[in-house]
Design a protein around this ligand. Structure first.
Ligand code: BG6
Length: 458
C-alpha cells in the first residue's frame, strides 16, 4: 500500500464517550429518545470520556496510525444561540493532542447522529434553520481544532440515520414519512455543502469529505426489470448522498420521480448552486454489506431491520421500486448482515470510476455476541472477516483505485444503536460488567501485524 496509507479504527461520540451530562454537555436527541423509551442507552457506553488516554495508547501499541472519531455537537454548542462550551472544546483538544503525541492522525467526523435535543424540539433535520446552525458548529470545530486536524468529514451516513429516523422509524425521531425523509435529506446535504464552503472560505489546512453507508447493489439477474430495480435501489441507498456530495447534483431521475408524488419546493435554485459549487475532496465509505435486489412484485412497502440478533427478521420491500433478497449461497450474521467481501471490491471500483475522488474505507467490521469474561477473546472469525475485506481493498488498489485508508469498526466494544452493548465490534474488549476494563482481542494483535507491515501481512 501507499506509504501514507492510514491504518486505523473508528468510533462515534455517542457510542463510546459516555459522560452524557458531564462538563456542560447538553442533551442529544438520542439521550431523550432512549431515556423516554426506557431503552439501553449510551449514558456510560465505553466511557471513553474518562479512558481516552488508555484507549489512544492502545491504538498506538496496536500499530494504528489513525483514529476516526466524531465530535459531539451537544458537548460543544450549548444552545440554539450557538454558545460555545469551553469544557467541550477542552476535551477534544486533549483527545487530539493525545492522538498526535502518540503518532495517531485524527480523522474527525463533525456529526455522527447526536443532534442536540434543543434542535430536535423544533423538528430537527426538518427545520431548515438547523443547516445554518450546523454550519456555525462546523466553523467552531474548524477554528478550534483545524490547526491540528487534516481530515474532516461533514456527516456520518446521512442515508442510514435519516432513513432510520424518518422512514423506518427505528431511530429518533421515529417517523414513517416519505416527505419528511426527503426534506431532512435535502437539509442535511445542504448543510454539508455549507460546511464545505465555510471550510474552503476559511483556508483551513487539510481536506474535507463525507462518510457514506455504502451499499453496492447487485441484481439477481440481468433482465431489464432487474436493472431498473438495481437503479432504484442504488438511488435509494447511495446516489442521493454520493452524487450530491461528490458531483454537486441530486440524481435527476430520482428527483423527477419523487416530484410526481411529493413536494420538492424546498430545493431552491440558490441553495442548489451552493451544493454544486461545494463538492467534497474525498469520500469516506463505510462497508458492511451489499444489497441484492429483484424487481418489486406485490404488497406494501416494508422496511424492517434486525435489531435483536434474531436471524431472518430483516425485510426490505420498496413498493414499485425493488425488493431486497438474501442470497441463499451466502453466510449471514445473527443480525442478517451478509458476509460478502466481493461487494467491497465491486463497490470501490464502481465508486472510484464514477466519482474519481480519493477514497477512505472509514468503517468495516462485524457485530456479534462474544464472551469477554475470558482473559483473551480469540475472535478468529473477525480476523478472517477483516482479512478478506482488506484483501478486497488491495485488489481494488491493484486495479488502480485511489484508496488511502482503512478503519476497522470499532476501536473498542461500544454501544451499538438500538442493539446495546451485546453486539460487539471492537478490536479491544470492554468488560461492561467489570469497571470497563479493556482487553485487546486476538484481532487487535493481528491488525497490528497488518498495519506494521503496511498490508504485507495479508
Ligand atoms: C454504521 C454506523 O452504520 O454502522 C455506526 O456509522 C454503527 O455508528 C455501525 O455502529 C454498526 O451498526 P450497528 O447498528 O450494528 O451498531
Amino acid at each position: 500500500m501507499h506509504k501514507e496509507f492510514l491504518w486505523g479504527s473508528a468510533t462515534a461520540s455517542y457510542q463510546c464517550e459516555g459522560a452524557w451530562n458531564e462538563d456542560g454537555r447538553v442533551e442529544s436527541m438520542w439521550d431523550r429518545y432512549l431515556h423516554e423509551h426506557h431503552l439501553e442507552n449510551g449514558d456510560i457506553a465505553s466511557d471513553f470520556y474518562h479512558h481516552y488516554k488508555e484507549d489512544i495508547k492502545l491504538m498506538k501499541a496496536g500499530g494504528q496510525n489513525a483514529y476516526r472519531f466524531s465530535l459531539s455537537w451537544p458537548r460543544i454548542i450549548s444552545d440554539r444561540e450557538g454558545t460555545i462550551n469551553p469544557l467541550g472544546i477542552d476535551f477534544y483538544n486533549r483527545v487530539i493532542d493525545c492522538c498526535l503525541e502518540n503518532g495517531i492522525t485524527p480523522f474527525v467526523t463533525i456529526y455522527h447522529w447526536d443532534l442536540p435535543q434543543y434542535w430536535q424540539e423544533t423538528g430537527g433535520w426538518l427545520d431548515h434553520n438547523v443547516c445554518e446552525a450546523y454550519d456555525h458548529y462546523a466553523k467552531v470545530c474548524f477554528d478550534n481544532f483545524g490547526d491540528r486536524v487534516n481530515y474532516w468529514a461533514t456527516f456520518n451516513e446521512p442515508k442510514w440515520c435519516l432513513v432510520n429516523g424518518y422512514l423506518i422509524g427505528n431511530y429518533p425521531p421515529g417517523e414513517h414519512d416519505v416527505q419528511h425523509t426527503m426534506n431532512a435529506a435535502y437539509n442535511m446535504m445542504f448543510a454539508s455543502a455549507l460546511a464545505v464552503r465555510t471550510f474552503r472560505q476559511g483556508n483551513y489546512q487539510g481536506k474535507i469529505g463525507i462518510v457514506h453507508s455504502y451499499t453496492p447493489v447487485d441484481g439477481v439477474d440481468d433482465t431489464i426489470q432487474t436493472q431498473i430495480a438495481v437503479r432504484n435501489a442504488d438511488n435509494y441507498s447511495n446516489n442521493w448522498v454520493l452524487d450530491t456530495a461528490a458531483l454537486g447534483e441530486f440524481p435527476m431521475d430520482l428527483v423527477t420521480r419523487l416530484s410526481q408524488d411529493y413536494d420538492i419546493s424546498l430545493m431552491k435554485p440558490e441553495e442548489l448552486k451552493i451544493i454544486k459549487d461545494n463538492t467534497v475532496d474525498f469520500l469516506g465509505l463505510n462497508y458492511y454489506a451489499r444489497s441484492l435486489v429483484k424487481p418489486y412484485t406485490h404488497g406494501e412497502t416494508q422496511l424492517q431491520f434486525n435489531n435483536t440478533g434474531k436471524p431472518g427478521s430483516t425485510k426490505i420491500v420498496l413498493k414499485d421500486w425493488f425488493e431486497q433478497v438474501m442470497d441463499p449461497k451466502s453466510e449471514f450474521t445473527e443480525w442478517d448482515t451478509e458476509i460478502y467481501p466481493r461487494g467491497l471490491y465491486d463497490g470501490l471500483k464502481k465508486a472510484y470510476a464514477k466519482y474519481d475522488l480519493p477514497i477512505y474505507v472509514t468503517e468495516n467490521g462485524v457485530g456479534v455476541r462474544e464472551d469477554v469474561s475470558v482473559p483473551k477473546v480469540h475472535d478468529d472469525w473477525r480476523i478472517s472477516y477483516m482479512n478478506d475485506h482488506i484483501n478486497a481493498i488491495m485488489n481494488a488498489v491493484d486495479d488502480g483505485c485511489d484508496i488511502r485508508g482503512y478503519f476497522a469498526w470499532s476501536t473498542m466494544d461500544l454501544y451499538s444503536w438500538k442493539n446495546g452493548v451485546e453486539k460487539r465490534y471492537g478490536l479491544v474488549a470492554v468488560d461492561f460488567d467489570h469497571h470497563l476494563e479493556r482487553r485487546p482481542k486476538a484481532s487487535y494483535d493481528w491488525f497490528k501485524k497488518v498495519a506494521d507491515s503496511n498490508g504485507d501481512a495479508i
